[in-house]
Design a protein around this ligand. Structure first.
Ligand code: ACO
Length: 325
C-alpha cells in the first residue's frame, strides 16, 4: 500500500533578521568564520509576541491555503518541537484551537532536529490505520529562547521558524507503486548513548528551569554524516529505487558541510540538495518543512518529483522518508 499523500505546504518566519555581522558586534566571532564553517549568513529570531505556537499557526494556515482546505478538514495535528510554548499542554492543542478544529487529535513529538521526520512518519502511520483522513504535520521552534547567547560555539548556529505540510490518507483501492504520489518508505532511529554530545542542561524534572543548549559540535558532525548516509541507504533499499532516481534531497539544515558530505557519500549531485541554511540557520524540527516549502514555492520541487527528507538531531535521533510528490 502506498503511504499518505502530501497535499500542500506552508512556512512562517519571525519578522526580525539577524545577520552574522550583527552577532559579531556582540560576541567574539566573525562573518567569515560562520560562513566558512557552516554556510550560515543570517537567521530569523522571534521577538515579543512571537512564539513556537504563533509561528506554527501561521505555517499551518499557509499550508491549508496552499491545499485549498479548511481547518475543519483536519483530523489530526502532529507538531514536532523541542521548544514548546509551555511544558504542557502540547503546543499542538494551541494550534488546534487557533485554527478552530477543536476535537481532532492533537499532540507534540519531541525528537529535536529529526522531529519533523518522526511527526511525518507517525501521522502517515495513523492515517494508514484509519485514524483520520487528513493530518497537519508541523515543525516549529524558537531555539533562540534556549541558546546561551554568550556561547559563541552554539549561538551562531540556530534560528527560529516553522514549516507545515498536509498529509492525506492513501486511497483504500490498494493501488501501490513508486510512481504513485505518497510516502514510499520511512525509517527512524535513536541512540540514547550520545545524550551528552547534544542536549539542554535544564528541564522541569531535573533543574526546574528551561536550560540552555549544549553541544560538542565536532563529534555531532562525525555522527551526523555516518548516521544520515546509513538511514538514506536503508530507505533507498526499502523503496527499491536507486540514488539516481531521487530528484531532490530536502535535508535538515544544520550545516552546509554536513549536507555536502552526506550527498557526496551517496553519490548524489549537490545541485539536487535543497539548501536554506544560509538564510534560516538551523531551525531544528522546522528546517525540513521550511526548506520543502521554499523549494516548492520557487518552482524547484514539482508534482511527480521523488523527494527524500532526512534529519538527525539530539538524542541522537535520526530518520529519512522518501515521498513521491
Ligand atoms: N566564531 C569564531 N570562532 C569560533 C566560534 C565562533 N562562533 N565557535 C568556535 N570557534 C573556535 C573554537 O573556539 C576553536 O578555537 P581553538 O581552535 O582556538 O580552540 C575553533 O573555532 C575551532 O572549533 P571547532 O569546534 O573545532 O570547529 P569546527 O570546525 O568543528 O566547527 C561547528 C564547529 C560549526 C559547530 C561544526 O563542528 C559543526 O557544524 N558541527 C555539527 C553541529 C551540528 O550540525 N549540530 C546540529 C545537528 S543536530 C541539531 O540540529 C540540533
Amino acid at each position: 500500500m502506498t503511504g499518505s499523500r502530501l497535499l500542500g505546504s506552508g512556512s512562517a518566519l519571525p519578522s526580525r533578521v539577524v545577520t552574522n555581522a550583527e552577532l559579531a558586534a556582540q560576541i567574539d566571532t566573525s562573518d567569515e568564520w560562520i560562513v566558512e564553517r557552516t554556510g550560515i549568513r543570517q537567521r530569523y529570531i522571534a521577538g515579543d509576541g512571537e512564539t513556537t505556537a504563533s509561528l506554527a499557526i501561521a505555517a499551518a494556515r499557509a499550508a491549508l491555503d496552499d491545499a485549498g482546505l479548511a481547518a475543519s478538514d483536519i483530523d489530526l495535528i502532529v507538531l514536532a518541537t523541542a521548544t514548546p510554548d509551555n511544558t504542557f499542554p502540547a503546543t499542538a492543542t494551541k494550534v488546534q484551537h487557533a485554527l478552530g478544529c477543536n476535537g481532532c487529535i492533537a499532540f507534540d513529538v519531541a525528537a529535536v532536529c529529526s522531529g519533523f521526520l518522526y511527526a511525518l512518519t507517525t501521522a502517515d502511520s495513523l492515517l494508514k490505520t484509519g485514524m483520520g483522513t487528513r493530518a497537519l504535520v508541523i515543525g516549529a521552534e524558537t531555539f533562540s529562547r534556549i541558546l546561551d547567547w554568550e556561547d559563541r560555539t552554539t549561538c551562531v548556529l540556530f534560528g527560529d521558524g516553522a514549516g507545515a505540510v498536509i498529509l492525506e490518507a492513501p486511497s483504500q483501492d490498494g493501488a501501490a507503486g513508486a510512481d504513485l504520489p505518497g510516502v514510499l518508505a520511512s525509517r527512524l532511529h535513536a541512540d540514547g548513548a550520545n545524550h551528552d554530545l547534544l542536549y539542554v542542561d535544564g528541564g522541569p524534572s531535573t533543574t526546574q528551569t528551561v536550560g540552555h543548549l549544549r553541544m560538542k559540535g565536532r563529534e555531532v558532525f562525525r555522527h551526523a554524516v555516518v548516521n544520515l548516509a546509513n538511514v538514506l541507504n536503508e530507505v533507498i533499499e526499502d523503496a527499491g529505487i536507486s540514488a539516481d532516481d531521487i530528484d531532490w534531497i530536502v535535508p535538515h539544515q544544520a550545516n552546509a558541510r554536513i549536507l555536502d558530505a552526506t550527498a557526496k557519500k551517496l553519490g548524489i549531485a549537490p545541485e539536487k540538495v535543497v539548501v536554506t541554511v544560509d538564510q534560516h540557520a538551523n531551525t531544528s524540527a522546522a528546517s525540513v518543512p521550511l526548506a520543502y516549502d521554499v523549494a516548492r514555492r520557487d518552482g524547484r520541487i514539482k508534482a511527480g518529483d521523488l523527494v527524500m527528507f532526512e534529519a538527525m538531531g539530539g538524542g541522537f535521533t535520526w530518520g529519512a522518508s522518501l515521498v513521491r510528490i
